[in-house]
Design a protein around this ligand. Structure first.
Ligand code: AQP
Length: 335
């Protein structure tokens, strides 16, 4: 039966603690996909090391991200849940694909340009440049049909399609060309301090994001400090990016329409509006936080989930990598 389902691949980097951007933009939507699609949800730790990570933090966050996947409602029995570095085919396929990628294509990527500017003072690793090739490998080794992506990842998916097409033309049809999957209710959560920028887990300013694991009092404080404007009207428009962002957050959590939210706060000030935003976020996150803590206390269970996921992911992806190697001209290790 699974054969008939379309394949989806997605992942989140344990490059920082997850934010409500990751939750509302990715996780909450993934939960809706698990019955209809054959989903591979991965903690992409190989991607995380494209910028410097403290080993202790990386270890801790990788498990926490897996626990957050589970606590958000992603079920191991319905999906393949795993940690990227446990499945060696990702790195292997990335190397193969690197040899079909032009450096010019990579240096033109917007995310590379942004991130290399940010890390210019320390050093910019070749890994940061090659990040989209690893992402292409992640997707292509499962022959994914669909990839849920935010606007900022669309360019990388285009490259994935170009690489797949290039390989297919050079040898013979091997890969499907994956399509972007844009969920109807995809929320783009903006930075609380600079609401024209995406909320990001690696931001240097903790007031710019709400973490999934932030305690209630921290959430109240951060929302009360969120940048708004001097108009004092709860209205969804581009002239009020801060208010627009808070309305989007309410809408993504409650399912209320923008119009319903605007009507609810007609004639009311920002203080009351912000108090409600904070309570709505707290109520949504509380059960997840409780579950994450329980899961992190049960490492044996977490291990059983990621081991089983990795075994399945390896079995599926190895077939594709073997095929790639054979077409390239490598001698098979065994027939
Ligand atoms: N602010 C956001 N709004 C909506 N969706 C978001 N995502 C991230 N931030 C928002 C979605 O989360 C998924 C995984 O993201 P990622 O960890 O692979 O990397 P990212 O998109 O680069 O996220 P960050 O938080 O900005 O990470 P850093 O700071 O490490 O680069 C994706 O589906 C993404 O769309």
């Amino acid at each position: 039966m699974e054969q008939n389902k379309k394949v989806i691949f997605s992942g989140i980097q344990p490059s920082g603690n997850l934010t409500i951007g990751n939750y509302l933009g990715a996780l909450k939507n993934w939960v809706k996909l698990q019955d209809e699609y054959d989903c591979y949800f991965c903690v992409v730790d190989l991607h995380a090391i494209t910028v410097k990570q403290e080993p202790k933090n990386l270890r801790q966050r990788t498990l926490e991200v897996l626990a957050i996947y589970l606590a958000s409602g992603i079920e191991p029995s319905k999906n393949t849940l795993f940690i990227q570095s446990h499945v060696h085919t990702h790195a292997e396929a990335a190397w193969l694909l690197n040899c079909f990628t032009y450096t010019g294509e990579l240096s033109r990527m917007t995310q590379f340009k942004d991130k290399s500017r940010k890390y210019a003072e320390t050093s910019v690793s070749a890994g940061l440049l090659n990040y989209p090739v690893l992402m292409a490998a992640d997707i292509l080794i499962y022959n994914a049909d669909l990839v849920p992506v935010g606007q900022d990842q669309k360019q990388h998916l285009e490259l994935t399609r170009d690489l797949a097409q290039r390989f297919n033309n050079l040898y013979s049809p091997t890969f499907k060309l994956p399509e972007p999957y844009i969920p109807e209710t995809a929320a783009k959560v903006m930075d609380l301090q600079e609401p024209t920028k995406k909320m990001s887990k690696s931001s240097d300013n903790p007031n710019s994001y709400i973490l999934i694991m932030d305690p209630p009092e921290v959430i109240r404080k951060k929302i009360s400090r969120a940048v708004t404007d001097s108009l004092g009207i709860v209205k969804y428009n581009d002239e009020q990016p801060g208010v627009k962002n808070l309305i989007s957050i309410i809408s993504a959590i409650t399912g209320l329409s923008v119009k319903e939210i605007e009507e609810k706060y007609e004639g009311k000030g920002y203080a009351e509006f912000k108090e409600d935003v904070a309570e709505i976020i707290i109520n949504e996150l509380e059960p997840i936080q409780k579950k994450v803590k329980e899961l992190l206390d049960d490492k044996t269970y977490l291990q059983s989930v990621y081991k089983e996921g990795a075994q399945k992911a390896l079995y599926v992806s190895n077939k594709m990598v073997r095929k790639m190697k054979k077409k390239i001209g490598f001698i098979p290790f065994e027939k």
